[in-house]
Ligand binder design. Structure first.
Ligand SMILES: [Ca+2]
Ligand SMILES: [Ca+2]
Ligand SMILES: [Ca+2]
Length: 822
């Protein structure tokens, strides 16, 4: 990312910018060249509490380095600490200010924050109509947070004292009685206090009234001062690896009116213009394919209509210009302008790079075989590492031991921190907390967490079955022994890996059906303090059965039970739709596994028949409106009303069934595929990249992959309607032709510049598990796309999921197959 930050082209014609003040713009944020100050353009309303994406935020020379500006109840808030609800937001154009009302319903505590532009700075003031509730006195404060990876090792000055932001969290902490800790989300606890009844509270790195940070890095420099409150600087990583540096002022007790006032001045580099981001495929291009780079330009960049060059790197290391052309303008898309450089005419294999103005990209290949290995890292490394209930090793390294040896307990009635719940009844023969035998087998970790999401695991098996049935990949790079519960990467065992992955997924799903009687929602953590686990999956629980008759942390004399309530739970509220989905996948799995593992195939078939019958009966008893989703399915079987938009939505399912149907079915589908071809072209007008770009709180890679898979299949079955040129859209996007930066979203895939960090279970190591696919470009309102590559902890942009990554396997397998076919 650094490449994009350091650009400091001083343009003499931009002298006006030097004197620029912060102005409230039409998009309701404060702006001057190089600085955007957002005030609750994004509020704390995501699914997972404090997502480090909200409140007062600063986008500083193109990077969102400051967020979390709000009244908070902790020195260094964690993800599950309470967040304020924004009850009102008022923009006052006349006075250049934005006011938000914040409420903590748990404490009946209301406050107002008013942010006003004052020259090159903003004033942030907290107003109270009623004093801070007694329970929160000394705890409630005005906080703002700084991105560690952009500030560590940079200097700061508090009053007259100098310091440097630490590279790693090593400051001091104290412990305090739990009774003093503000309530966490739904009453959960993020920490295991080991029986001390005390929580850890970080001490400040510095305290004073005036803080100047990063004078050694003009693009990060900020000055913050307060006359009426003491500023305290903390390191949030002391409590949680995903914490940020926090600056805070505690709100005074017993006071009303304007209680805390800060002046915040982010430095702007005079005349700053963001370096062009030249988007292209880091994996490279095959000679015959369309080759169009999309160049993202600062609106103040004078190079809006230049000439780009394709440079060829010669065998002697020199470069020559292979092609040159005027770029074509696409126009504005959110905050930047876009131009395109089409070098499709260059077909000669070789090593190339692109130059536009002073910006030159890293090199890439034009070569017939560039896409041959795009799925290998995912199938050989990422997927086997996510196999649950196995010991997984690679070379000298053990990725994890065998997790959850004590099995899974029946969940009691409960809410949950990962969006699940267990209803009043268990819908099983088990009593709450009773061991459900046989569930600790097979299955895949959900994502950066370690639970078995049943729906996602069904998707995984479906994805592998689709890949197997269409392409029969024989690749064997993984040793899998269910008997030894042992997996070794890069050790062939004579069995196709995909079949072993299908078997591993089915083993858990069938065990659920057999032991529980129907499908669970999830097999997940029972306590929050081991849900956020980072490290060896085998150490999440102690491997001993929980025995409430023992004292906490006590182990029974026979060494088999413990008093630590860390066992995982099975959430068993029955959902007949999920059962139907499972029945579907069991039927296909039985088909695939017959001849490979006949016993498992028979078990899958038996459960398929039983679940389908029971679920159908259960659904028939439900009220009419509850059955709406089934109407969609009717369309597929030709009994519905034939809504064409619905047909496009279901096109993939219909394409998937072509091999099982006759020619009439294929002919009947043609008009829908024709509509789909128009829909594909439509994306060229919607955005410069020609793929569906999601604006949700979780970036859109799943939608992009779905789109890519459907385009690929549509081309396979209807090459006269969907041409081969269309299949490259999603590959371009994934491998580097996208906003913000031009790195490949697939870990280690992309010859010269894949992303470096992903949100996986290894995120605290600032690394990536090979083959992981990032959600990608996260949209922050009102106009900012981002994908951090130095900070792995934002799941919405960097977390790979088991369903998404196996979707990538289908995309990549079908894509490779089409590219290779002549
Ligand atoms: Ca999960
Ligand atoms: Ca194998
Ligand atoms: Ca245990």
């Amino acid at each position: 990312m650094k490449k994009l930050l350091i650009s400091t082209l001083l343009i003499t014609t931009c002298t006006l910018a030097v004197a620029q003040d912060l102005k409230l713009n039409d998009l309701e944020y404060f702006e001057r060249q190089g600085v955007n100050v957002l005030v609750f353009s994004n509020s704390f309303n995501g699914g997972f509490n404090d997502e480090k994406n909200s409140g007062i935020e600063v986008i500083h020379h193109g990077v969102r380095t400051v967020q979390g500006g709000a009244v908070r109840l902790n020195n260094t808030p964690e993800q599950w600490d309470l967040v304020p609800m924004m009850t009102n937001r008022k923009v006052d154009r006349e006075h250049g200010s934005i006011e938000v009302n914040l409420r903590y319903a748990d404490y009946d505590f209301d406050s107002r924050i008013v942010v006003t532009a004052k020259g090159k700075a903003v004033e942030i003031a907290v107003w109270l109509d009623k004093p801070v509730p007694e329970r929160l006195a000394g705890e409630a404060g005005l906080n703002i947070e700084f991105l560690p990876s952009q500030y560590w090792l940079k200097t700061y000055q508090m009053d007259n004292r100098l310091g440097r932001f630490p590279r790693y969290a090593t400051s001091q902490t104290i412990t305090r009685p739990n009774s003093e800790k503000p309530r966490q989300f739904k009453g959960f606890k993020t920490y295991d206090d080991r029986g001390t009844d005390r929580f850890v509270d970080p001490m400040p790195l510095e305290t004073g009234h005036s803080l100047l940070i990063a004078t050694d890095a003009p693009e990060r420099m900020i000055r913050i001062s307060s006359d009426d409150a003491e500023l305290k600087l903390y390191d949030g990583r002391m409590l949680a690896q995903n914490g940020w540096f926090v600056l805070r002022s505690v709100l005074p007790a017993g006071k009303t009116g304007k209680v805390v006032t800060w002046t915040v001045e982010p430095h702007a580099i005079p005349g700053w213009i963001r370096e062009p981001n030249i988007g292209f495929s880091q994996v490279g291009y095959v000679p015959e394919q369309p080759k169009v780079a999309v160049i993202e330009l600062d609106k103040n960049d004078p190079m809006q209509n230049g000439t780009a060059s394709l440079l060829r790197i010669n065998p002697d290391g020199t470069t020559t210009e292979a092609f040159q052309n005027q770029v074509t303008s696409w126009g504005p898309y959110f905050k930047y302008n876009y131009v395109k450089f089409d070098f499709s005419s260059v077909r000669e294999p070789g090593i190339y790079c692109i130059q536009y103005g002073k910006t030159r990209t890293n090199d890439f290949l034009i070569y017939e075989h560039v896409y041959d290995k795009i799925t290998d890292a995912t199938t050989d490394v990422w997927v086997p590492i996510h196999m649950n209930h196995m010991y997984v090793t690679e070379g000298y390294r053990t990725w994890h031991g065998e997790p959850f040896k004590e099995g899974y307990l029946q969940a009691p009635e409960s809410d949950h921190f990962d969006l699940h719940s267990q209803g009043k009844t268990t819908d099983t023969k088990y009593k709450p907390y009773e061991l459900i035998p046989g569930l600790n087998v097979g299955g895949f970790f959900d994502a950066g967490d370690f639970d078995i999401e049943t729906g996602s695991n069904i998707n995984v098996v479906q994805n592998f079955i689709r890949t197997w049935e269409l392409f029969h990949p024989q690749r064997d790079e993984t040793f899998v022994s269910q008997e030894q519960r042992y997996v070794e990467l890069h050790r062939p065992d004579g069995k196709p890996d995909i079949l072993q992955f299908i078997e591993h997924g089915v083993l858990n799903l069938v065990a659920q059906a057999e032991q529980i009687g129907h499908m669970s929602q999830t097999l997940s953590n029972s306590v929050l303090d081991n849900y956020h686990h980072l490290g060896d999956a085998a150490s999440i629980t102690d491997g001993l059965h929980y025995d409430p008759s023992l004292k906490p942390y006590e182990i029974s004399a026979d060494g088999k039970r413990s008093g630590t309530p860390d066992d995982m739970w099975a959430f068993t509220t029955r959902n007949p739709r999920l059962d139907l989905q499972a029945a579907g996948v069991f039927t296909s799995a039985a088909r695939v596994l017959r001849g490979y593992n006949d016993a498992l195939a028979a078990r899958a078939q038996k459960q398929a028949d039983r679940l389908r019958k029971e679920a159908t009966e259960l659904l028939a008893k439900r009220p009419r409106r509850d059955r709406q989703a089934d109407a969609d399915n009717d369309w597929l079987t030709g009994t519905g009303d034939g809504n064409p938009m619905l047909a496009i939505r279901h096109l993939q399912t219909m394409l998937d069934s072509i091999p099982m149907k006759d020619e009439t079915y294929k002919q009947k589908l043609r008009p829908t595929v024709q509509k789909y071809a128009e829909y594909i072209k439509n994306f060229d007008r919607q955005n410069p990249y020609g793929v569906p770009i999601g604006l949700g709180n979780w970036a859109g890679v799943n939608a992009v992959l779905n789109f890519g898979i459907t385009v690929n299949y549509a081309h396979i079955y209807y090459p006269d309607i969907v041409s081969k040129d269309e299949i490259y859209r999603v590959a371009n996007w994934l491998y580097g032709c996208h906003p913000y930066h031009n790195y490949s979203f697939v870990a280690v895939v992309g010859a010269a510049r894949p992303k470096q960090v992903f949100y996986g279970n290894n995120r605290a190591d600032f690394s990536a598990i090979p083959g992981n696919v990032a959600p990608g470009l996260l949209f922050r309102k009102p106009d900012h796309f981002e994908n951090f590559d130095d900070w792995p902890f934002l799941w919405g942009q960097n977390e790979g999921t088991i369903a998404g990554n196996t979707q990538y396997v289908i995309f990549g397998s079908s894509f490779k197959n089409i590219v290779a076919s002549k």
